[in-house]
Ligand binder design. Structure first.
Ligand code: 6PG
Length: 242
């Protein structure tokens, strides 16, 4: 695991933007396309805005990207809680991404179960699940104050311990909504996984996740451990030190 500690939220966002440019350009020097699973939540907004800025938008050839998403709130596409909506507005609407290569989760006109199964199929097809040696080139993840990542919330035993399915759905009582989420097996087969964590409110969860005993049922971010890939934590001083 590699820990990158940045002074504050702005520096964190700039640092990961530069890290992504370097890594994704290297990937594109060797491969036709790259695959990335983007994260929702508030923390990545600044990063996405930087990547979409005039200074950065041509540094990554987004026309050669295959875009996925780590988890989604089961709300209509135009709902302000939609992760896909936020990602479109802050990043995808401003770069040269090919819409045919944007793979978001369906949250309308079907049940959460059908939507999760449909996304499983998208992933199985894209990565050839039966023979896949690895999955995403890069996964970006956030972490909540309670150490959840994706929609793997503390106590959600089935989703956290899922070994086979790459995508599942769950009901989150505290938020009164269904969520669709990728699971540990598909994330842990990725080449690079990067957490983005900012702010004092995350410090006690971060401390536990990094330094305390393995207890993913209560601290689900600990389940993320790429088997052959790299794990990075990009954090700011407030998250690191409280
Ligand atoms: C979501 C997420 C979730 C998020 C964390 C951190 O849909 O909310 O994908 O896992 O990354 O809750 O969120 P913040 O960045 O807003 O703190």
């Amino acid at each position: 695991m590699e820990l990158h500690v940045c002074k504050n939220y702005n520096e964190l966002s700039e640092h990961i933007a530069d890290w992504m440019v370097e890594y994704l350009c290297k990937t594109l020097a060797m491969h036709e396309r790259f695959s990335i699973a983007l994260t929702g939540g508030n923390t990545p907004k600044k990063l996405y805005e930087i990547l979409a800025s005039d200074e950065y938008k041509n540094k990554i050839d987004w026309s050669r990207a295959n875009i996925f998403i780590g988890d989604e709130r089961f709300v209509p596409f135009n709902d302000d809680k939609s992760n896909a909506k936020m990602i479109r507005e802050t990043l995808l609407d401003h770069v040269s991404v090919d819409e045919a290569h944007v793979h978001f989760m369906q949250t309308e006109n079907m049940s959460p179960e059908t939507a999760a199964n449909a996304y499983e199929e998208v992933l199985e097809h894209y990565f050839n699940k039966n023979t896949a040696q690895s999955t995403f080139d890069l996964v970006l993840l956030g972490m909540g104050d309670d150490a959840h990542t994706l929609s793997l919330f503390p106590g959600q035993k089935d989703a956290i311990n899922e070994q086979t399915k790459w995508c599942t759905y769950l009901w989150v009582e505290q938020q009164n909504m269904h969520r669709i989420t990728l699971t540990a097996p598909v994330i842990n087969a990725s080449k690079q996984v990067a957490f983005l964590i900012s702010g004092e409110s995350k410090s006690s969860a971060l401390n536990y996740v990094l330094h305390k005993k393995y207890d993913p049922l209560n601290y689900p971010s600990q389940i993320i451990k790429p088997a052959n890939g790299e794990l990075h934590f990009f954090v700011d001083e407030a998250a690191m030190n409280g």
